[in-house]
Design a protein around this ligand. Structure first.
Ligand code: FEO
Length: 170
């Protein structure tokens, strides 16, 4: 059985991952409405990945015979002024998630819950990737913004992102 503090922290993280999925879906819709189909597709895949992250934690809670509580998901913004605003807000969101994951890893270590530590390690690595890919996109956007076709080229590149189910959820 999981320690109550760890159980609460994992439940809060399920909610945070679902909120991220909801946020990225909203960004995907806004980008589609702005005619940026490649950006929209990239964010749709991002939203699916966040849903997977929530599922990884849910599966872990089930495997530890712990109660699942699906809390309310708060509303998200619906429109942004530009793709760069969306990219910057996404990076800020991922940095917040990384801090939460760090807290979870610290708690699991303090409680000597090695199974939870092991589960959370996957998220520690994932967050490094998540932050890096957004920083790369922001840099690419800034570099190509001065060229006329820069945004369109980037849009068509982002349309190529493929959804990959994490092997951890089988
Ligand atoms: Fe699940 Fe992008 O953090």
């Amino acid at each position: 059985m999981l320690n109550e503090k760890i159980h609460e922290a994992l439940t809060a993280q399920v909610n945070a991952e679902l909120w991220s999925a909801y946020l990225y879906l909203s960004m995907s819709i806004d980008l589609e409405m702005k005619g940026l189909k490649g950006f929209s597709h990239w964010y749709y895949v991002q939203s699916q990945e966040e849903f997977d992250h929530a599922n990884i934690l849910i599966n872990y809670l089930i495997s530890r015979d712990s109660k699942i509580r699906m809390d309310q998901i708060l509303s998200v913004p619906n429109s942004w002024s530009s793709p760069i605003e969306i990219l910057k807000e996404s990076l800020a969101q991922e940095q917040k998630v990384s801090a939460k994951i760090q807290e979870l890893a610290t708690l699991a270590s303090r409680m000597e819950d090695f199974a939870t530590q092991n589960c959370i390690q996957w998220f520690v690595n994932e967050q490094v990737e998540e932050e890096q890919s957004l920083r790369d996109l922001i840099n690419l956007f800034n570099m190509t913004a001065e060229f006329k076709c820069g945004l369109l080229n980037m849009d068509s590149d982002l349309a190529k992102r493929r959804y990959k189910k994490p092997s951890i959820i089988g």
